[in-house]
Structures are given as structure tokens and as C-alpha cells.
Ligand binder design. Structure first.
Ligand code: SF4
Length: 78
């Protein structure tokens, strides 16, 4: 399981998440920040600091939000 950054980040791109992640698995992309789902330890620290509530647990994603997990996987597969 992993946390996933969703649509509100595309407007805000605040970045607090990347500074608190204990395993340094959040990187800034061109349009939003991304969490590496293979490295995330599911601690929830990023979700707690996101000012726009953009971060969801993988198993809480709505069907519309599933695309953000796929985007993250593609981002880190570069
Ligand atoms: Fe990093 Fe924890 Fe957020 Fe995963 S849940 S991205 S390990 S801060």
C-alpha cells in the first residue's frame, strides 16, 4: 500500500509533503508532486501536512483518482 497525491496538488504544489517524508520518496514533477509507491512506508506524515488535502491512501482512491496512482508509477518508471 502507498499514499497517492491527487488533483488538488496540480493547483497548489505546496511541497510540505516532500519535506516531512521520512523515506524521501516524494519528488516534484512538472505538474504536481508524486509519491513513489514502491518506497512509501504508508506512515501518513505527508497527508497530515498537505494544506489542500490532496493525499489519499491507495485503498481509499475513488475510480477517478486511480489515474493518479498510474501517473505516479509512470513518473518513477522513467
Ligand atoms: Fe512518505 Fe509517509 Fe507519505 Fe509515504 S505516507 S509518501 S512514506 S510521508
Amino acid at each position: 500500500m502507498a499514499f497517492v497525491i491527487t488533483e488538488p496538488c496540480q493547483v497548489e504544489k505546496a511541497g510540505e509533503c516532500a519535506t516531512v517524508c521520512p523515506v524521501d520518496c516524494i519528488e516534484e514533477g512538472a505538474d504536481q508532486f508524486y509519491i513513489d509507491p514502491d518506497v512509501c512506508i504508508d506512515c501518513g506524515a505527508c497527508k497530515a501536512v498537505c494544506p489542500v488535502d490532496a493525499i489519499e491512501e491507495e485503498y481509499d482512491l475513488t475510480p477517478e483518482q486511480e489515474a493518479f496512482l498510474e501517473k505516479a508509477e509512470a513518473f518513477f518508471a522513467r
